[in-house]
Write a protein that binds this ligand. Sequence first.
Ligand SMILES: Nc1ncnc2c1ncn2[C@@H]1O[C@H](COP(=O)(O)OP(=O)(O)OP(=O)(O)O)[C@@H](O)[C@H]1O
Ligand SMILES: [Mg+2]
Length: 418
Amino acid sequence: MKQYLYGIDFGTTNSALAIFDEDSREITHTIIIPSLIYFHQNAAEGYVVGDAAITAYLSDNMKGRFIKSVKQILSRSSFTETRIHNKRYNAADLVAIILKELKSRADQLTGQYCQKAVIGRPVFFDDDDVQKDTLAQTRLQKAVTLAGFTEVRFQFEPIGAAFAYEQSLVKKENVLVADLGGGTTDFTYLTLEPEKANSKDRKSDMMANGGIYIGGDTFDSAFMWEKGTPYFGKNTKYEATLGKVLAVPVSLFANICSWEQMNFFNGLRIKKDMEDYYFFSGNDRKFKNLITLIDNNLGYSVFQSIEQTKITLTEKNEATFRYHQLGIDIEENISLSEYEQIISRDTERIANYLETFLHKNNIEPNHIDSLFLTGGTSMIGSIQTLFRNKFPHVKLNSGDNFKSVAKGLAYSGYLFEN
Ligand SMILES: Nc1ncnc2c1ncn2[C@@H]1O[C@H](COP(=O)(O)OP(=O)(O)OP(=O)(O)O)[C@@H](O)[C@H]1O
Ligand SMILES: [Mg+2]
């Protein structure tokens, strides 16, 4: 019987699995799914995972429970469980649903119930907080067990990304890997050497790693703040008391700048406030938009439009931020330079972190032989410019932005040797 090992990259936005055939020592398949779960409104219909979750959520008119970015709750100690259809789900249960989906699709391809896997984890689940990091790791471990894996090793995601790149090398290199995903940006500095690809201990080749909690989702939030919230009442005035005209506190709009946060922004008190703003503004359409957004759970679809605008701007110098739903009408042209301005605070934070990372670890830029960029967010022009300007002498490499981590993990079978 053939022996397989699965490399699994459980990501904030996308999750991937690579199947490694231990006899031929080759990757035979890779599978990728969005990290999404949808619980149908009708309990009897259960739940669906991945692309099917988006389809079902939309066709159910967004009435069931849609779960996105589960990875981010791994490190959140305030999250203990959520009740769906009278069943309780803790963080590990939710993660396990996604892992099981990947595993069953892979098992169908291999024709086996494979229980051996190398699982990726970010360098930091939550900035530098050790306790939260441990909590996240423990929860992930539980999820992996629940999904049916018994022989398991963990590996840092950027190391996974680097190992896939190593397969293409012909000589030894000092490589800086930057993995820019949805939730986090991770850096790893390591030595890669084609002859070492299958050797046992690669720890000594890892010279440094670190990460920061900024990624493509952060850019989307910044975009929502600048370009979206004005359509929902930011900067719109209402008459608080007779003759006293005020703007709604801007802090309110921070609550609609991430889809997750918006999900919890629907208490009675908030609803009453929104109704009041609408009334006292003389029925300003923008407050109506805000009420429609919250009442109809439209957050995900707004963020899909924002993401689409971002993706268009990786290929064109101009895009239209377009959203038409239940009377909310957004149609706004945006230039690439304007977009880069919107995300500049976040890209600067990435640049500053990179600077600190190099300094703290005594890495001389001219000792770096090559740069390897991976993750969806590495496709953004100003991100690539940041690296080009910082290391003008170094070649910029990239692999498959969405699968290279999983592939590298699948090549990490050496972790099982003592
Ligand atoms: N063509 C593109 N241009 C720019 N950004 C993109 C593109 N395609 C996807 N993205 C963004 O990439 C991010 C997802 O990337 P990726 O799948 O690498 O993340 P992840 O591995 O799920 O997240 P993490 O590694 O942080 O856990 C999202 O923010 C998404 O909007
Ligand atoms: Mg990733």
